[in-house]
Write a protein that binds this ligand. Structure first.
Ligand code: CP
Ligand code: NVA
Length: 338
C-alpha cells in the first residue's frame, strides 16, 4: 500500500542520504541495491511526467519534482505562463497533446471538472494535485504523519493494523477540523471515517458542507465493507463543540487560492475560529492534542504559539508530502505499462 511504500522510501533516505547520514553509506549493503547504485528503484527511467499547474505551489511542486527525479524520471513543469492552455488552447487539446508525449500527468487545476476532464481524455494516468473540491495527495501525507507521531501512536488500536496496513494504528482517533469547508476537509470527509477515524467539523454559518462531497462520503461508507468499526462524522458551527476530546486539531487557510476577492468578508465570518491554546482548552481537547495544517499558513487561522509550539507536527507533515508522492508516482506512473 502507498503508506508502507512511502515509509520505506523515507527510511531508506534517512539512513543513506548525506543530509541525514547515520550509517556508513560506502559499506551498507542496501546502497547500490537498485540498478546503477541508486537509492530508489528507477521505475520512471525513460519516462517523462508533466506537471500542469494552473495555481501556485511550493510543497506539491517540490515533492513531485524531487520524487519523480529520485525514481529516475524527467519532470516538465508547465505553469500557467509556460504553455498555451487557457490563452490559446483548450484543456482537451492540451490533454491530448501532452499525454501523447508524456507518460503521466500531475495536475493542479481550478475547477474539479478540469481534472476530471484530464483524467477522461488523457492517454496516461493523471494525479489530482489539488482542485477546488479535493486535495488527495495532502491527505496521504497527513495520514502518514499521524501514524508516525509518538503521542498519537500510543493511544490507538494497533491491533487493527494488520488488516488495515499502517492506518490501522489510527482507529478510534478523534480529529477536529476548525475552519473552512474546503478541499482539504473534503478529502478528510471521504477518507477518515472509512479508516475508523472520528471526524468532528466546525465551520462558520454560511460555510456549509459540500453536498457532492457529502454524497461521496456516504457512498464510500456504504460500499466499503470493513472488519473494523467505521468512524463517525459530526458538523457544527461551534469550534468548542468540535474540539471536545480531540486528539488532533486540523485547520487550513480561510482564504483558499481563487477566493482572494472575498478576503475581508471571510475574515469577519471566521471570527472566533483561530486555533489557539485557549480555544482548545475551552473546548476540552485532550491535554496532549496535536496540531496539523497542510500549509501555506497564515496567522489568522492559527496563532504562533500553536503553529510553532511542541504540539505542532506541521513540518514532518510537510516533509511527508515527498515520501507519499514518491510512493504514488512509483505505483501509478512506474508500474503503468507503456
Ligand atoms: N499543501 C500544499 O499543497 O502546499 P502547496 O500549495 O505549496 O503545494
Ligand atoms: N485550501 C487551500 C489549500 C492549499 C494547499 C487552497 O486551495 O488554496
Amino acid at each position: 500500500d502507498v503508506l508502507s511504500l512511502s515509509t520505506h522510501f523515507k527510511q531508506v533516505h534517512r539512513q543513506y542520504s548525506p543530509k541525514h547520514a547515520l550509517g556508513d553509506a560506502t559499506t551498507s549493503p542496501a546502497v547500490g541495491k537498485h540498478e546503477g547504485g541508486h537509492l530508489f528503484p528507477q521505475s520512471l527511467r525513460d519516462r517523462s511526467i508533466a506537471l500542469i499547474f494552473s495555481k501556485r505551489s511550493t510543497r506539491t511542486r517540490v515533492s513531485s519534482e524531487t520524487a519523480v527525479a529520485a525514481l529516475g524520471g524527467h519532470n516538465l513543469f508547465l505553469g500557467s505562463s509556460d504553455i498555451q492552455l487557457g490563452v490559446n488552447e483548450s484543456l482537451y487539446d492540451t490533454s491530448k497533446i501532452v499525454s501523447s508525449m508524456c507518460d503521466g500527468i500531475i495536475a493542479r487545476v481550478n475547477g474539479h471538472d478540469e481534472v476530471e476532464l484530464l483524467a477522461k481524455t488523457a492517454d496516461v494516468p493523471v494525479i489530482n494535485a489539488l482542485s477546488d473540491r479535493y486535495h488527495p495527495m495532502q491527505i496521504l501525507a497527513d495520514l502518514q504523519t499521524m501514524t508516525e507521531d509518538a503521542v498519537l501512536s500510543t493511544k490507538t488500536g494497533a491491533a487493527a493494523s494488520t488488516a488495515m496496513g499502517p492506518v490501522g494504528a489510527l482507529q478510534g482517533l478523534k480529529v477536529a477540523w476548525v475552519g473552512d469547508s474546503n478541499n482539504i476537509l473534503a478529502d478528510m470527509l471521504v477518507s477518515y471515517p472509512r479508516l475508523g477515524i472520528d471526524l468532528a467539523v466546525a465551520a462558520p454559518k454560511g460555510y456549509e458542507r459540500d453536498e457532492i462531497v457529502w454524497g461521496e462520503m456516504e457512498d464510500g461508507l456504504r460500499s466499503t465493507s470493513t472488519p473494523w468499526r467505521k468512524g463517525s462524522v459530526s458538523w457544527t458551527t461551534d469550534p468548542k463543540e468540535a474540539l471536545k476530546d480531540a486528539d488532533v486539531v486540523v485547520t487550513d487557510t480561510w482564504i483558499s487560492m481563487g477566493e482572494e476577492s472575498s478576503k475581508e468578508q471571510r475574515l469577519r465570518d471566521f471570527a472566533g475560529f483561530q486555533v489557539t491554546e485557549a480555544l482548545a482548552k475551552a473546548g476540552g481537547a485532550k491535554p496532549d492534542w496535536r496540531f496539523m495544517h497542510c500549509l501555506p499558513r497564515k496567522a489568522n487561522e492559527v496563532d504562533d504559539e500553536v503553529f510553532y509550539g511542541p504540539r505542532s507536527i506541521v513540518f514532518p507533515e510537510g516533509e511527508n508530502r515527498r515520501w507519499t508522492t514518491q510512493a504514488l508516482a512509483d505505483m501509478i506512473f512506474g508500474r503503468w505499462k507503456l
